[in-house]
Design a protein around this ligand. Sequence first.
Ligand code: AVI
Length: 316
Amino acid sequence: MSFTFKNFPADRDDLRSDVLAGLAACPKSIPPKYFYDEAGCRLFESICAQPEYALTRTEGALLRARLGEIAAAIGAVDCIVEPGAGECAKVRLLLPALHPSHLVVLDIAGGPLSAAAESLSRDHPGLAVTALGMDFIRDLDAAAPHLAEGRRLIYYPGSSIGNFAPDAAATLLTRFRRLAGTAGQLLIGFDLKKDPLQLHAAYNDAAGVTAAFNLNLLERLNRELDADFDTSRFRHYAFYNPTAGRIEMHLASLAAQDVSVAGQRFHFALGETLHTENSYKFRRDEFSAIATNAGWPLKAEWELDGFAVQLYGNAD
Ligand code: AVI
């Protein structure tokens, strides 16, 4: 078994400067990558198990049902790279069908990633596993020296691409292209546009797990930036914006209040929101237009119950 873990020191200064800039902006916002401290990672896993949040289960069912076909379309692969791998559960499905010699998993939450990747490596003794605790959104190029040569497949499941605005998604896909190289491929999963009430329910689960996930961001700022948010004075507020084609998550202030973060004071008016996440939903052609513009030719696609998986790369 070969397992390597490298942590690119999480920059507390990035959290501090991004949060202070986001709170000073109008409207207020914080990048969604900061949801994922250890508590946030656990809450996200729990969201994926909620009955209303079908996204993860549907993607798993699609991969299981079409794995033979997907593997045949991909062909031979030497190195799989999964940005935002989290629990490394999804890539486990691909391994027996693709037999890569090297797997590189990246995640901003280095601790949980390292534990999950080490356990995966124990289950696949012939596979070289490299785990990189890093903010790949900020500096994907830092991963390049850790990738094995040969045919690379970038795997980006879970509709994580939906958490980027269209311009930022295109930029990330262009960076994936550079990292994969001209012979590289991209296998990407994303949530499709569907009944807005179904989407609304997925981000407003009855058990309140998504609300806890959203509010945990304030608890994280209390813990790590010496902030004094009273979470009982903020409401999880998520809705589908049909014009923008996205779920928006906000934290709405239930009172006029001042909050201190890292020694600076910020005012929230009654009802003012802190915008914490966008989750874009696509039509298949809408998404392939973005990816094609980013240099990825579409090779094949699959769909199940409102979820799509597309394969990009040059035809062999
Ligand atoms: C990680 N990402 C794809 C999830 C999503 O659906 O946008 C994050 C999430 N936010 C609330 N629920 C799930």
